[in-house]
Write a protein that binds this ligand. Structure first.
Ligand SMILES: Nc1ncnc2c1ncn2[C@@H]1O[C@H](COP(=O)(O)OP(=O)(O)OP(=O)(O)O)[C@@H](O)[C@H]1O
Ligand SMILES: [Mg+2]
Length: 154
């Protein structure tokens, strides 16, 4: 597997869950405090698996699962020897921007000392499309059940 992730546009193939986690780990090396990562892809595409990889890289000890009902999970990781706050959001159930504001979305998104990983980023209208540092698109294959195409743009 070629894990040479370039700055602008990288397209990678994942053949299983482990590949996607590994790609997430390698991608995480690029992340800096304040970054927003917007993840796109259908239900079951592998967004949470990718995020597990990112969290592994930052040595998060908590269990990483889709915060579908809670909307936002907070993990503590480590960055250059300091504690790092990571926010993992899943906007699947969000119906309006007002609903997002009620959970403190803006404060979370614009915080400069945290890393934000956001599933179903398209549910926040254009806020994330315009402000995300990176966008990750995960597409399932028509023929091979476990194959995914992962496009990283940043
Ligand atoms: N190549 C692959 N990469 C990632 N996951 C895979 C792959 N092949 C199979 N899977 C399986 O697909 C599922 C992906 O689930 P995951 O929770 O990451 O999806 P998701 O995109 O976060 O979905 P949701 O929108 O429901 O949160 C897991 O059950 C995983 O085992
Ligand atoms: Mg998920």
């Amino acid at each position: 597997m070629d894990l040479n992730i370039e700055m602008n546009n990288t397209i990678l193939t994942s053949n299983n869950e482990e590949d996607t986690i590994k790609i997430g780990e390698t991608f995480a090396e690029k992340l800096k405090l304040g970054d927003i990562v917007a993840l796109y892809g259908d239900l079951g595409a592998g967004k949470t698996e990718f995020i597990k990889g990112v969290c592994n890289y930052f040595e998060v000890k908590d269990i990483v699962t889709s915060p579908t009902f809670t909307i936002m999970n907070h993990y503590i990781g480590s960055y250059d020897g300091d504690e790092l706050d990571i926010y993992h959001l899943d906007l699947y159930r969000i119906k309006s921007i007002e609903e997002l504001e009620n959970i403190g979305f803006s404060e979370c998104i614009y915080s400069q000392d945290t890393i934000k990983l956001i599933e179903w980023a398209e549910k926040a209208d254009n806020i994330l499309v315009e402000n995300a540092t990176y966008s990750i698109k995960i597409e399932q294959d028509d023929k091979e059940e476990n194959k995914r195409t992962i496009t990283i743009e940043g």
